[in-house]
Design a protein around this ligand. Structure first.
Ligand SMILES: [Zn+2]
Length: 164
């Protein structure tokens, strides 16, 4: 005859085989029958799910800096993996992505223009500052580029004149 065990949840006497194993328990079986375990797990998940998302958004608001910092750290450490993955994803879905971008741009053209105009207005000084800095840093490169550009233009002009 099979040994029965009383489930402390539903109070039914059930055969031991209907109880989940639990090493920590005296008889090696959980004090809840399997049915009750399943029920409890679903219940727990359901009540916990909401609490969990509530908790995480609250947590995020309270720890915004910590979270962003951790994310940044994660990004730093996994930079190559992430960019590799993004590159891979882009390669595989290139056409779709371009198409989507185009569509998004067309659908939101005015709003986007407005937004970038506003962005410029709001960050004018910062942007000018950045451009100035960029020019400072890349002065040599830019003058070189300009010199080359004029050089080529001059030659093209000369060639045109010769042809005339
Ligand atoms: Zn039970």
């Amino acid at each position: 005859m099979e040994i029965l065990k009383k489930c402390t949840c539903c109070g039914n006497d059930k055969p031991l085989s209907l109880f989940a194993n639990k090493k920590a328990a005296k008889d090696g079986k959980s004090c809840y029958c399997k049915d009750c375990m399943v029920m409890k797990a679903t219940e727990y998940k359901n009540t916990h799910k909401k609490k969990c998302s509530d908790y995480s958004s609250k947590y995020y608001l309270e720890n915004k800096e910590k979270v962003t910092k951790r994310y940044k750290e994660y990004y730093q450490v996994n930079k190559e993996k992430i960019s590799e993955h993004a590159k891979d994803y882009y390669q595989k879905n290139k056409e779709e992505i371009i198409e989507k971008c185009k569509k998004y741009y067309n659908d939101n053209k005015e709003e986007l223009n407005e937004r970038s105009k506003n962005y410029y207005k709001r960050n004018k000084e910062e942007i000018t500052e950045y451009q100035k800095e960029y020019r400072q840093k890349n002065k040599k490169k830019m003058t070189e580029y300009q010199r080359n550009y004029y050089q080529r233009k001059k030659e093209r002009l000369k060639n045109n004149l010769r042809e005339l």
